[in-house]
Write a protein that binds this ligand. Structure first.
Ligand code: AMP
Length: 205
């Protein structure tokens, strides 16, 4: 990683294990895990004005509007613990959010080091989310909403992968398997990303 602590974005469909991996990776990397979904759920639970505005949208599986998310994320990234590095989980999710994030990070001179894409197949993520619904009782973990969220991911968030791939930042990791297995894969992939000479050795001629 270039100067300072890592600045990482974690992408993946709902149910790919982003939250679990984000917490684990962030603690090992010494940066805060910033989950916009958790922040919004907290706002809903606290009964704040923001919570009241986003509750219905979240329960439907749709995305909260980009302007609201821009405020939420900018404020969080400007807190002291995130100045040196961070792991963003659940942001950006639209092309407009990529632009907002780029602008904000450029202003504060801390470019993203890597974008990790956790890969998982649809049947597996639906099964995982239904299991989580039984355990956590999250308002947006029912079969109908899960399908909406997967469609929203395919339509609005998947296009971000190409953007980050074209910048040479994308690191794709198989998200299936045990939690430790997946985090080992993420670390191995990040290491390889930081050392282009290693990549050249394994790439076919
Ligand atoms: P998550 O826990 O990341 O799956 O987020 C739960 C819900 O919060 C999503 O389905 C959206 O309604 C909302 N949300 C979280 N992050 C964002 C974001 N970056 N943009 C828009 N909506 C978001």
């Amino acid at each position: 990683m270039k100067n300072g602590r890592p600045k990482i974005v974690l992408l993946g469909p709902p149910g790919a294990g982003k939250g679990t991996q984000a917490a684990l990776l962030a603690s090992q990397l010494g940066v805060p895990a910033i989950s916009t979904g958790d922040m919004l759920r907290l706002a809903v639970a606290s009964g704040s004005e923001l919570g009241g505005r986003v509750q219905g949208i979240m329960a439907s599986g749709a995305l909260v509007d980009d302007a609201t998310m821009a405020d939420v994320v900018r404020d969080r990234l400007d807190q002291d613990d995130a100045r040196q590095g961070f792991l963003l989980d659940g942001y950006p999710r639209t092309l407009q959010q990529v632009q907002t994030l780029d602008d904000h990070l450029a202003e504060t001179n801390r470019p993203i080091d890597a974008v990790i894409s956790l890969l998982a197949d649809t049947d597996e993520v639906v099964a995982r989310l239904l299991r989580r619904a039984e355990i956590d009782g999250r308002a947006d973990d029912n079969e109908e909403t899960i399908r909406v969220r997967l469609q929203v991911y395919a339509d609005q968030t998947a296009p971000l992968l190409e953007v980050y791939r074209s910048r040479g930042l994308l690191v794709e990791v198989n998200g299936l398997g045990e939690i430790d297995e997946v985090s080992d894969r993420v670390f191995a992939a990040l290491d390889a990303q930081g050392k282009p000479e290693t990549r050249e050795l394994v790439e076919p001629q």
